[in-house]
Write a protein that binds this ligand. Structure first.
Ligand SMILES: Cc1cc2nc3c(=O)[nH]c(=O)nc-3n(C[C@H](O)[C@H](O)[C@H](O)COP(=O)(O)O)c2cc1C
Length: 355
């Protein structure tokens, strides 16, 4: 069943598809007084509906909060727990060409700064996702946007998964997880290899007209450089950041707590890294950014927005407490009212850097 347009989308986007290049009324009206402080990503890619509605890469989100990849499965897992359709959107768990069993248990562990995980990109593979998961999303989500998180281990894998998912026609866009090893070329992470990064994005780009976000790792030696490569190759958005490699040791057993050994660190510890990456990248490239890492409150989300993000992802905090995303949306609404803002877009990129 085709997903119906969001009423916000109709009012904001004039009911039709657009290039996402419209100037925000908030900015165009001059309500953001010092436009020079607003990164052009914000000025050029958002549109306001007078509240929390926001536009990114031609898609209209009813609010800026999305569930981060891999932390909400394919949505079905949260049925009856939260109202998914009240969120801005959901990024699915990874989808690979073939099914992946993933890493041995235990796959996640908590620590004071957040969580460490080694799930190993476990997923049922693209055919099963098409058969079982996307139909559920199509039946149940009308207003929340859905991006499929795509993973590959060779350059063509990404384009092949996108091409298969295009058959379903029910997704709003894609998020390419390029923080995984290019197994077919020595194991260097795609995001850290400009040639491979450009090639995989160009190929995926050729298989869809829907928006593509490219998700980068906080470990990249030059995240701004990688972001530029991604945008030049056709990325419509960037997602910043993925997890950070780490190791937690169970000292009684003298063994890693995770079955795989090392894992990816997420949660509170990532917040300042993600905010800095967002600030650096949004000043350098002209596409919207989904800021992810460590968000657990409205004030955390505001940090990403002020740093220049257009959307904000929540993962670990929502795994711990599924109602966190709804609470963050409510807190953003209250903050806008308290500060007499007509639109959340007025906050984007308004960080004032010390001179
Ligand atoms: C259990 C778990 C599974 C994840 N799986 C994926 C995944 O499949 N693809 C991906 O791009 N990121 C994945 N991530 C990374 C998150 O999407 C997000 O970038 C990261 O956790 C930082 O956000 P947070 O601090 O709000 O959790 C996963 C994170 C966790 C904790």
């Amino acid at each position: 069943m085709p997903r119906t347009p969001d009423p916000v989308a109709t009012s904001v986007a004039g009911g039709g598809a657009d290039s996402g290049r419209a100037v925000s009324p908030a900015v165009a009206d001059g309500r953001v007084t010092d436009a020079s402080r607003v990164p052009y990503a914000a000025a050029a890619h958002v549109a306001a509906d007078g509240s929390l509605g926001i536009r990114a890469a031609g898609l209209v989100f009813q609010n800026p909060i999305v569930l981060a990849a891999g932390t909400a499965g394919y949505g079905r897992e949260l049925e009856g727990v939260i109202d998914l359709d009240a969120l801005g959107g959901l990024v699915t768990k990874a989808v690979s060409l073939e099914p992946r069993a993933g890493a041995p248990a235990p796959r996640v562990a908590e620590f004071a700064g957040g969580m460490i995980n080694a799930v190993g990109l476990a997923n049922p593979g693209v055919e099963e996702v098409l058969r079982c998961e996307l139909p559920w999303l199509a039946r149940n989500l009308r207003r929340a946007r859905v991006l499929a998180n795509v993973v590959g281990f060779g350059i063509d894998d990404f384009a092949d998964v996108v091409a298969r998912l295009e058959d379903a026609g029910e997704l709003d866009g894609y998020e390419l997880n390029v923080s995984c090893p290019n197994v077919k070329a020595g194991g260097l992470e795609f995001g850290a290899d400009p040639k491979a990064l450009a090639a995989l994005i160009t190929r995926a780009r050729g298989r869809t007209t829907r928006p593509i976000s490219v998700k980068l790792s906080p470990t990249l030696p030059d995240i701004v450089g990688s972001a530029r490569v991604a945008v030049d190759a056709g990325a419509d958005m960037l997602t910043l950041v993925n997890t950070l490699p780490g190791l937690i040791i169970d000292v009684d057993r003298r063994r890693p707590v995770l079955g795989f050994g090392s894992g990816g660190v997420s949660g509170a510890a990532l917040l300042p890294l993600g905010v800095l990456a967002t600030w650096k990248v949004t000043r350098a490239v002209q596409v919207p950014v989904i800021g992810v890492g460590g968000v657990a409150s409205g004030r955390d989300a505001l940090q990403y927005l002020m740093a220049g993000a257009t959307l904000v992802g929540i993962g670990t905090a929502a795994m711990r407490e599924p109602r966190v995303p709804e609470r963050v949306i409510a807190e953003l609404g209250r903050w806008c009212s308290k500060h007499r803002l007509k639109s959340i877009t007025e906050i984007i990129g308004t960080l004032e850097w010390p001179q």
